[in-house]
Design a protein around this ligand. Structure first.
Ligand code: FES
Length: 156
């Protein structure tokens, strides 16, 4: 399935090295991340060393070399959230789900990341789980929210 989709993506390009970033964007948009095998095939397709594809993919923050977890937890690190305790909330979540910011859990259950502003500053500190925003977060709310997710009791 992934192979067929990958072939389809490449069929719309000429195989020119200048197409590297658009191809990476296209593959990630369709597969959710850049699998190692895909980077190898892209390198062959545009005629550059695999190390070049890997260095471009790892240079740009937009590219993801690991698949996303089922629950994508996004912590706001904007000023309003920061001064109202976002760093402590991030630390608490890292402790509960066992991964650090920027990582995905081995079971692909969680991805933990941060953004400059979620856009709900009046509700600071905020976080998002997939597309759902949770505002006015406290350590107590985090403890309630994450065990609920583990048991599948939340609608997020
Ligand atoms: S600063 Fe956190 S939502 Fe804007």
């Amino acid at each position: 399935m992934e192979e067929i989709l990958f072939e389809e993506i490449l069929s719309s390009y000429r195989g020119d090295r200048s197409e590297l970033v658009p191809i990476l964007q296209d593959v990630q948009a369709n597969l959710g991340y850049l699998p190692e095998k895909a980077m190898l095939n892209i390198a062959r397709f545009i005629g550059v060393p695999e190390s070049h594809v890997y260095s471009v993919a790892s240079f740009y923050a937009q590219f993801r070399l690991m698949p996303l977890g089922k629950k994508r937890v996004t912590i706001c690190r904007g000023t309003a959230c920061h001064i109202r305790g976002a760093p402590q909330i991030l630390g608490e979540i890292e402790g509960i789900i066992g991964i650090n910011e920027g990582e995905t859990s081995e079971d692909l259950e969680y991805t933990l990341e941060s953004v400059a502003c979620i856009g709900c500053c009046a509700l600071a500190p905020c976080l998002k789980i997939n597309t759902d925003v949770h505002g006015e977060m406290t350590i107590e709310k985090v403890k309630e929210l994450f065990p609920a997710l583990e048991k599948g009791e939340s609608d997020v």
